[in-house]
Design a protein around this ligand. Structure first.
Ligand code: GLP
Length: 242
């Protein structure tokens, strides 16, 4: 794992965006794995700016999102589909056919999950962007999830639902289930960039980097990835030297 500790959130965002911008410049047909949550919002802002300034184009870029809630419609403002449109896709020249998010309805969910894994395998993700949950989840791979899982249906942890309740009007409204890429899908990406900031991520970040490799802390598997860069601020890094 390569570790980059930045002064603050803005610097984490800038450095993370720069990795993606560089990779798009070098390979305009790149396949990206994208994340949601609050952490990557600033990164997407910077990608939009880089597009608007003419530095990059998404015309031939293909994207796969990590996960989607089950039980809310794509049109719901808190669906990850809406999130991605709001923060990235509506502002760039990406071909809508090249955008992929796990489908949460319109068929048997297991079948939809298997189809998604197959699509990912065929396209091969070159750069996977990841945030990390305060319980160490990546995508929605909650503690206890077998590392060998491919895209699957997950029951969300109480901690995750509580963390994400800030985006909904009440905890009851937070979906209880989601469809997520499995660890196996994530680990197949050629390159992974994890970003995190803030004190509330410091424990998960410590365990991801220095803890035992265990599915109780799903992000710990990233220690075994041959090309994984962790970009964090000083607050998220605060437990690393103790
Ligand atoms: C969410 C997403 C993850 C994200 C994580 C952290 O539930 N499924 O992909 O990395 O939790 O979110 P945030 O960046 O808002 O802290």
């Amino acid at each position: 794992m390569e570790l980059i500790i930045c002064k603050n959130e803005e610097e984490v965002t800038r450095q993370t965006a720069n990795v993606i911008i560089k990779d798009i410049i070098l390979d305009p047909k790149i396949t990206l794995g994208l994340a949601t949550g609050s952490s990557p919002i600033g990164v997407y802002e910077k990608l939009v700016k880089a597009y608007q300034s003419g530095l990059i184009s998404f015309k031939d870029v293909e994207t796969f999102n990590l996960d989607e809630y089950i039980g809310i419609d794509r049109s719901h403002p808190q669906s990850y589909y809406s999130f991605m449109n709001q923060h990235l896709f509506n502002h760039i020249d990406i071909n809508k056919e090249n955008i992929h998010l796990p489908r949460n309805h319109g068929g048997d969910l297991e079948d939809l999950a298997n189809e998604y894994s197959l699509m990912i395998e065929q396209s091969e993700i070159e750069l996977q962007l990841l945030g990390i949950g305060s319980n160490g989840h990546i995508g929605f791979n909650e503690p206890g999830t077998p590392f060998r899982n491919e895209t699957f249906i997950v029951e969300l942890d109480e901690q995750t639902r509580n963390d994400n309740a800030r985006f909904f009007s009440s905890l009851e409204e937070v979906p209880k289930f989601a469809i997520t890429m499995g660890i196996k899908n994530i680990m197949r990406a050629k390159k992974i960039v994890v970003l995190a900031f803030g004190e509330n991520k410091s424990d998960a970040v410590y365990k991801m980097i220095h803890g035992n490799i265990t599915n109780e802390l799903p992000a710990s598997i990233l220690q075994l990835h041959p090309n994984c860069t962790v970009i964090i601020d000083e607050a998220a890094a605060s437990k690393l030297n103790k």
